[in-house]
Design a protein. Structure first.
Length: 206
């Protein structure tokens, strides 16, 4: 990808220092939502805020999928299989949303499908399903989320409000891509919602 299409990142943010900011618009993402409903029934983008919601009784995103219901912003325009990539956004989860993934690094060696999932259970943000608390008391407040994925080394870092909260190894796979929104998991609440603004995608300079 030509860096002429990119914008340099200001060096005052140590998390993304040495990265370039890539264009982000509807050419680079699509919405995955229940296949039997108009998209606007589960997603909108108003005043710079993406709102994603879904019900535990909803259909999956395709007729043939056996996965649980979701409304996700799938950033498939930036699939990558080398280098170091970054996701940055401000997220918001309202009280009552539980049993849901709000952010993924999609892509993994079988039998799993993801290298990272950040899940909300009972007001706390977890690495996968209650295995590790990444941020307590997440409800009803905006938080800054950065995910840095070094595809070549397999290292994934999660920063919240500019503080390193998690460092794990990914799970390989042919390629990775970022996703955010709501994707029902075990013991999901009836209604799940998350909001996102100022989404940015970065790639580290070679």
């Amino acid at each position: 990808m030509s860096l002429s299409r990119c914008q340099s990142v200001h060096n005052d943010d140590p998390i993304t220092r040495g990265f370039v900011s890539l264009p982000f618009n509807q050419s680079y993402y699509h919405i995955q939502s229940p296949y039997d409903l108009p998209q606007e029934k589960r997603y909108n983008f108003v005043n710079g805020v993406h709102r994603c919601w879904v019900y535990s009784t909803d259909k999956p995103h395709t007729r043939t999928s056996r996965t649980k219901p979701r409304t996700e912003i799938a950033i498939q325009g930036y699939q990558y299989n080398s280098g170091t990539w970054g996701f940055e956004a401000y997220g918001y989860v309202p009280k009552g949303t539980s049993g849901v993934s709000i952010m993924q690094v999609f892509g993994s060696k079988p039998p799993t499908a993801t290298s990272l999932m950040l899940m909300v259970y009972d007001g706390n943000l977890h690495y996968y399903s209650k295995s590790q608390v990444v941020l307590a008391n997440i409800y009803d407040k905006w938080f800054k989320l950065n995910v840095i994925d070094d595809f070549d080394s397999g290292k994934i870092q999660v920063y919240i409000n500019d503080e390193l909260k998690l460092e794990v190894l990914g799970r390989g796979g042919k390629y990775h891509a970022f996703k955010c929104g709501v994707y029902a998991q075990r013991n999901a609440s009836r209604h799940m919602k998350s909001c996102w603004r100022d989404i940015k995608i970065f790639r580290k300079r070679a």
